[in-house]
Write a new protein. Structure first.
Length: 148
């Protein structure tokens, strides 16, 4: 019995060390998942429009900053982007940095964006700056933004 107990304790200790040794790989995998999600998000914005992409990648309680106010929830986010009056809208971005919590359930990105559109007079306008997005892993394992 003592031998069985000793072997069990040894195996549990080994498993614990093994899990910690894999943590950097797990963290890296989570970071890569977030980067892939950002790329999928940008592609959907280009293919289906900002309203569809932002509401799809938003968590149910997501918040964005728009037109000097905070807009929360998927319906509000969809409405905000659907009401943009500009034509030929283009939004491009790419994360320059990504980090994730040690529990791999919360992460953030930041980087540069470029927003272009044609105004009512036919002029092309471009705005560029920096974005910051906070991502939360959902129960289904997908990443959704909670702040953008």
């Amino acid at each position: 019995m003592k031998k069985l107990l000793s072997v069990t304790v040894l195996l549990l200790a080994f498993a614990s060390c093994r899990q910690n040794a894999d943590s950097p790989a797990l963290i890296n995998d989570c970071k890569q998942d977030i980067v892939r999600t950002e790329k999928d998000f940008e592609k959907m914005a280009a293919d289906k429009g900002l309203a569809e992409a932002f509401s799809f990648f938003a968590s149910d309680s997501a918040v964005i900053r728009g037109r000097g106010e905070l807009i929360s929830g998927k319906p509000g986010i969809w409405k905000h982007y659907n009401e943009l009056k500009q034509k030929d809208i283009s939004l491009k971005w790419s994360p320059d940095f990504v980090d994730v919590s040690s529990s791999c359930d919360l992460g953030y990105t930041y980087g540069k964006y470029t927003f272009s559109y044609t105004d009512s007079l036919g002029g092309r306008n471009t705005d560029s700056g920096y974005f910051h997005t906070v991502w939360k892993k959902q129960k289904d394992g997908k990443w959704k933004f909670v702040w953008d």
